[in-house]
Design a protein around this ligand. Structure first.
Ligand code: ZN
Length: 534
């Protein structure tokens, strides 16, 4: 007798192959059998007639490593079908910690709890061991955040590493790869990751290459310089001989509408000459990032506390404003790309009255200069605030989402508690609905077949990750499964109500156990840490 038999569904197996009708049996965390009709009984039978049965979805761009030690159950990912989250993105992770990197947690946790986390974040090994010992809602895998390693070895020094420091950074990389990390990531707009030169990144990429890893990059620029920035990321991978993933691929700025054609061409040319390049993307026109990242990196030298302190000084504020306004070619700030009307506060715990408002609105209501609104907000929140920036073009977003090299990525993280589905502000819809929205957009715009769309969030990311047994429905694979009504997939969430529920996704299984029923998380925790095959 099997534990579970899913009967009468249409299997879309994640490889891109045509769908077929079959029963699927699950036993001991794995897919035990797939056949037109499976005889016998099971402890539980799920009727999937009229539904699609696919592998669980893989989120190639998650920041849930930032919250994982706090014990979230991943309900907001499970309810969009994500059974595996690939984390450590944008060059920023909890481990190894460096001065100031755990500030947000330090300020919000009881001292004993903070000490536990501080200890776990001391090294890659202590971190992965700590997460492995936890009960997890879904599966999680890790990339090295290059910013952490640079911060640990060099602090916020923007100079070139000495040979000794370079070797020290490489040692950190080796430790991670030996623990089963997938490769490394950069966030080339965030300090201290941004202080690395291309040459330095190539050196580190070569270490990752020794272990068969890959390089995922939040590139140096996503607006006027997006093409050059994609080219730089590809060069790093090409010189080191490793695959490249362009993170949350997009084109920012109304003035750049259409540039995605050139960007995708650059990616296609690289693949044609033998460099494996893919991208992940979230299907929304507004991005979200720490508010402090609107300020050019050159002002971050000395650390974030210093920057916030400096922002109290009107003369310093003027320098920052002048730089943002006049040195756009050097650093494209979200404040310019989105404008004050297109910049919405998603999180600022110490000034909650501003959540859900734009900078323009706050300036108007308080009769203040909008630049001062920004700096006052950063000072009041000690630098810890999150913005949403409306700065992309729909035509580019749709061109990117339909491209066969593009995977799904939420660029968000697990919620620590179950949030009121009607709450106003405080998040981004990509936290609850990236994968439902992605499938619905591909369907409604006729950009991909169902088989292609499922492949882009299962087989394709599985192959890039180097993790075995995920992203495919075949006998012997992990029992990560989604059951959904393709025609009915839709999301209630939007920018104002980012925590709304999804429709059309009925069941999600993680390692052979049902975790979502009738679209809602049931409290089961059966996820685990996944490592790259050595
Ligand atoms: Zn990023």
């Amino acid at each position: 007798m099997y534990e579970i038999i899913i009967r009468g569904g249409t299997v879309v197996d994640g490889t891109g192959a045509p769908r077929y009708r079959a029963d699927v049996a699950v036993q001991d965390g794995k897919i035990a059998k797939i056949a037109p009709h499976i005889e016998g009984e099971a402890q539980r039978e799920i009727d999937a007639s009229g539904k699609i049965v696919s592998p669980g979805f893989i989120d190639y761009h998650s920041h849930s490593d930032n919250t994982i030690l706090l014990g979230p159950d991943a309900y907001n990912y499970l309810e969009q079908g994500v059974t595996t989250e690939i984390t450590g993105q944008c060059g920023t992770a909890p481990a190894p910690s460096y001065p100031g990197s755990l500030k947000e947690l330090e300020g919000s946790l009881p001292p004993e709890e903070y000490q536990r986390i501080e200890k776990a974040c001391d090294s890659f090994r202590s971190f992965i061991d700590a997460v492995s010992a936890m009960e997890l809602g879904n599966n999680i895998a890790f990339y090295i955040g290059q910013g952490n390693v640079r911060g640990r070895v060099m602090g916020f020094d923007d100079g070139k590493p000495t040979p000794e420091r370079m070797e020290e950074m490489k040692q950190w990389f080796r430790q991670a790869m030996e623990c089963g990390y997938l490769g490394f990531t950069t966030g080339l707009v965030y300090a201290p990751s941004v202080y690395a030169s291309e040459e330095e990144l190539v050196e580190l990429a070569k270490v990752v290459g020794e272990y068969g890893g890959s390089y995922a990059s939040h590139i140096r620029g996503e607006s006027d310089n997006v093409v050059e920035s994609v080219e730089e990321a590809i060069r790093v991978g090409e010189k080191a001989g490793i695959p490249v993933i362009i993170s949350h691929l997009k084109v920012i700025g109304k003035q750049n509408e259409g540039l995605s054609q050139k960007v995708l061409q650059v990616i296609e040319y690289a693949n044609a000459r033998g460099v494996k390049v893919r991208a992940d993307q979230y299907p929304y026109l507004a991005g979200s990032a720490p508010f402090l990242s609107c300020i050019p990196p050159k002002f971050h030298v000395g650390g974030e506390d210093q920057l916030v302190e400096n922002l109290k000084d009107p003369a310093f504020r003027k320098k920052v404003t002048d730089s943002i306004q006049n040195e756009y070619q050097e650093f494209a700030s979200n404040l310019i790309d989105a404008g004050f009307q297109g910049t919405l506060m998603a999180g600022c715990a110490k000034t909650p009255q501003y959540v859900g408002k734009t900078i323009a609105q706050i300036a108007e209501e308080e009769g203040k200069d909008p630049w001062d609104v920004c700096y006052d907000l950063l000072v009041a929140n000690e630098g810890v605030a999150q913005g949403i920036y409306f700065s992309q073009n729909e035509s580019d977003m749709l061109r990117i989402i339909g491209h066969p090299y593009v995977m799904g990525g939420s660029d968000w993280s697990n919620y620590g508690k179950h949030l009121d589905r009607n709450q106003v502000g405080g998040g981004h819809p990509r936290g609850t609905a990236t994968f439902i929205t992605r499938l619905a957009l591909l369907r409604d715009h006729g950009l991909q077949t169902l088989e292609q769309a499922v492949h882009s969030i299962t087989g394709l990311p599985a192959e890039m990750s180097g993790i075995e047994g995920i992203g495919v429905l075949r006998e012997g694979a992990h029992g990560d499964i989604c059951i959904f009504d393709y025609a009915k997939l839709s999301a209630d969430s939007d920018y104002i109500h980012p925590f709304g529920r999804n429709h059309g996704l009925d069941y999600v299984l993680v390692n052979g156990k049902v975790a979502v029923e009738d679209g809602l998380y049931n409290g089961v925790k059966n996820g685990r840490v996944l490592k790259k095959k050595q």
